[in-house]
Structures are given as structure tokens and as C-alpha cells.
Design a protein around this ligand. Structure first.
Ligand code: NDP
Ligand code: MG
Length: 387
């Protein structure tokens, strides 16, 4: 099937980025106009030689200089830093930007891309968690589409095709795999190591989102992401261990529409790129005979209390979702370095949320100032182990 699309991929060396490139390899009409990495210039060089983008950005300045030398024999321009990332996001020739960088670093390039009238295939949920009010308003003003890549949100988006009036939606039901520690109680989670938390039962993802899945912080971020994408706070979470039902919409007549499929991120990525078209895909058929049952249960928010904190942040709005996100980014970093216990991740998020005064409708400067403050609180927490 023929398909033409020019895209920019921010975070092309990551889990979502490399799967986006797999789709571009399959559908030659998808052309990669720009791409970015933070420091993995070995992979970025290979990708640049294969896809021949006009521009690549390396956010780490030193590594960018190294890549400039490596790519000197090509026509690809190498840029660096935050400005470079915005340049990659705004490149003239691209129609859509896949935002697959990790963390709050996705916010500014996404805003710039929307101002440049690019559609957004949004993987970077942190963008909507921290700046949802700015991003959705801008997208509305500029007529830009925000197409979800996150599997749950893609499932909801797919389930909503054909719904003409938002008032018909009663609840959004986000499914959660429950992660590797499902069924465990707090006492059993005291000595969890990064290696334990990096073993996700169903999905192969980047390190941060994998740790976040195990603490249910990821589901919390997704609850807030869903609010901005679908304009409702009627959001429920159900643990569904098999990751086959990717999420559901319950309508006012109690009818439920769900999207099902194998746990494979290529489908939501591809749908965001080809919407409203669907194109064939290989090796992701779902064989129902292999699943004797599909199970659904309430999440244990006493043990995985970060999910409760996320609902608190959703309800409070304002700057609290940014605090939730940024404290988590800092806490996961410390946990990975062995300086914070596993349970300490949720505890330091709670600490930061209790210490920062909420501000409604924050501007971009306030968001970044809060990001800094939340990280500072986590780094100074009594829970941090001396090295
Ligand atoms: P990865 O860690 O695999 O990749 C992250 C990408 O961002 C890499 O290209 C990395 O470059 C780059 N990067 C890292 N740090 C920075 C920084 N400070 N500034 C700019 N770029 C940076 O992450 P994932 O692909 O797993 O996740 C990307 C986003 O998509 C996240 O927001 C995640 O929540 C979301 N998502 C991911 C899913 C998945 O299945 N993986 C599912 C749903 C959502 P380098 O390689 O050089 O470090
Ligand atoms: Mg998800």
C-alpha cells in the first residue's frame, strides 16, 4: 500500500524512536526529515546514514561535535542542545513530529512544533502532564492534531472513532499490566533493585517508563495525559495482567468499546502516523486461543500509592502534576544510581507534593521553575542514602 508522509522523530534512538524507524523501513513513503538523540551517537550515525535526514540533533553538546565529524561526508546537518531539538521539531519539510524523547525535555520542542503547525504523534506523556493546558490550547488555536502514541491512549482514541459528541462518554477506563510486582505488599518491596524493576512482564520499553510501570507512576502520568487528550476527568484504572485490552471507553448507555491487540507498540505508533488510514502490519496477530482468560481487577493503591498521588494531582490541577512528574524523574534517577530505595520513589514524590504550594494555570517559566524545585526537594530528601 502506498503512503506518503514526512516526519521528524525526536528521540530516534530510544524504544519508541527505533520502532518508528522500523515502520518507516516498511513504508518507504514515510520519509525522516529530522531526528534526535541525547548521547547515543553511534546509533544516531547509523540511522542518519540509512534514512538520510536533512538534520539531526544531539542534545549533549560534546557528543554533537563528535557526530559532526563522523557525518562530515554526508549532507546531514548536525545541531545540538535544546535549540537544536526545537530546530529538529520545526523543520520545514516535516508534517508530523513524533515526540519520543523521555521526560520534561519533550515539552518545549512540542510547543515549538505546534507553533510551526506540525501535527504531533505524541509518545512523550510528560509534555501533557506538565504543560497540558498550554499544549492543548495552542493545538486548538493552530488547528494542529495531537495523535496519541501511548498504547492506552491510542486505544481510547481508536474506540472513540465514531463518537460525535463527547457528552456521550461516561468513563475512560485505562488498563494497567500491574508491572512485575503485582500482588506484592509494601514489606515485600523494600529491597527491590533496579534490575528487578527493569523486568517488565509484557512490554519492552525504555528504562524510565519501565521503572514507572512497576511503581504505577506511569499509570498515574497516563491518567493525567488522558484528561488532556480526551477532555474528561472521569478516568478509572483497572489492572489487566495480559495487556490485550489496551483500554476502553464506557458510554452513557453503559456500552463499552475497547481496542484489543497483541502488546506491540508498532500499532499505536503506525496508527498515529497514518490516521485516519490503517495500513497492514506483520507479526502482530492476536491469537485468542492462546488466552484462556482475560482478567480485570482493582489496582492496589495502598502498596502502589503513587497512583493515588497522581489522582490527587489530577484533582488539584495547576502545578501539582508537574511536581508529581519532576519528583519522579529525579527519584527514578536516584533509584537507578542506588541512592534511593524502591519505595523511596513514591515517598519522595509525596514529599515534594506536600512541600510545593500549588499554582493554577502556570506559565512555562513557572513549570520549569517548579521542575527545578521538585528535583531539589527529592535530591535533598532525608531518604537519600549517603554515598
Ligand atoms: P528511551 O529511554 O528508550 O528513549 C529516550 C529517547 O530520548 C532516546 O532517543 C534518548 O537519547 C533521548 N533522550 C534521553 N534523554 C534526553 C534528554 N535529556 N533530552 C533529549 N532527549 C533525550 O525511552 P522510550 O522510547 O521508552 O520512551 C520515550 C517516551 O515515550 C517517554 O515519554 C515514554 O513515557 C513514552 N512511551 C514509551 C513507551 C514505550 O513502549 N517505550 C510506551 C508509551 C509511551 P539517547 O538514546 O541518546 O539516550
Ligand atoms: Mg502506556
Amino acid at each position: 500500500m502506498e503512503f506518503e508522509h514526512k516526519i521528524s522523530v525526536l528521540g530516534s534512538t530510544g524504544s519508541i524512536g527505533t520502532q518508528t524507524l522500523e515502520i518507516a523501513r516498511e513504508y518507504k513513503g514515510i520519509s525522516i526529515e529530522a531526528m534526535s538523540a541525547h548521547s547515543n551517537i553511534e546509533l544516531l550515525e547509523q540511522q542518519a546514514r540509512e534514512f538520510k535526514p536533512k538534520l539531526v540533533c544531539v542534545t549533549d553538546e560534546n557528543k554533537a561535535n563528535e557526530l559532526k565529524i563522523k557525518l562530515a561526508d554526508t549532507d546531514t546537518k548536525v545541531v545540538s542542545g535544546k535549540d537544536g531539538l526545537c530546530e529538529a521539531a520545526c523543520i520545514d519539510s516535516a508534517k508530523t513530529v513524533v515526540t519520543a524523547v523521555v521526560g520534561i525535555s519533550g515539552l518545549e520542542p512540542t510547543i515549538e512544533a505546534i507553533k510551526a503547525k506540525k501535527n504531533i504523534a505524541l509518545a512523550n506523556k510528560e509534555t501533557l502532564v506538565t504543560g497540558g493546558h498550554i499544549v492543548t490550547r495552542l493545538a486548538e488555536e493552530t488547528g494542529v492534531k495531537i495523535l496519541p502514541v501511548d498504547s492506552e491512549h491510542s486505544a481510547i482514541f481508536q474506540s472513540l472513532q465514531g463518537c460525535r459528541d463527547k457528552r456521550e462518554v461516561k468513563n475512560i477506563i485505562l488498563t494497567a499490566s500491574g508491572g512485575p510486582f503485582f500482588g506484592k505488599k509494601r514489606e515485600e518491596l523494600q529491597n527491590i533493585t533496579p534490575a528487578d524493576a527493569l523486568k517488565h512482564p509484557n512490554w519492552d520499553m525504555g528504562a524510565k517508563v519501565t521503572i514507572d510501570s512497576s511503581t504505577l507512576v506511569n499509570k498515574g502520568l497516563e491518567v493525567i495525559e488522558a484528561k488532556w487528550l480526551f477532555g474528561t476527568e472521569n478516568i478509572k484504572v483497572l489492572v489487566h495482567r495480559q495487556s490485550i485490552v489496551h483500554s476502553m471507553v464506557e458510554f452513557v448507555d453503559n456500552g463499552i468499546i475497547a481496542q484489543l491487540g497483541a502488546p506491540d507498540m508498532r500499532l499505536p505508533i503506525q496508527y498515529a502516523l497514518t490516521y485516519p488510514q490503517r495500513l497492514p502490519m506483520n507479526n502482530n496477530e492476536l491469537d485468542f486461543r492462546k488466552f484462556s482468560s482475560l482478567t480485570f481487577e482493582e489496582p492496589d493503591t495502598d502498596t502502589f500509592f503513587a497512583l493515588r498521588l497522581a489522582f490527587d494531582a489530577l484533582k488539584a490541577g495547576g502545578i501539582l502534576p508537574t511536581v508529581f512528574n519532576s519528583a519522579d524523574e529525579a527519584a527514578v534517577d536516584l533509584f537507578m544510581k542506588g541512592k534511593l530505595s524502591y519505595l523511596g520513589i513514591s515517598e519522595t514524590i509525596a514529599e515534594a507534593m506536600s512541600k510545593i504550594k500549588n499554582v493554577q494555570n502556570p506559565d512555562i517559566e513557572t513549570i520549569f521553575e517548579t521542575d527545578r524545585l521538585a528535583r531539589e526537594i527529592v535530591y535533598a530528601s532525608k531518604l537519600i542514602k549517603e554515598s
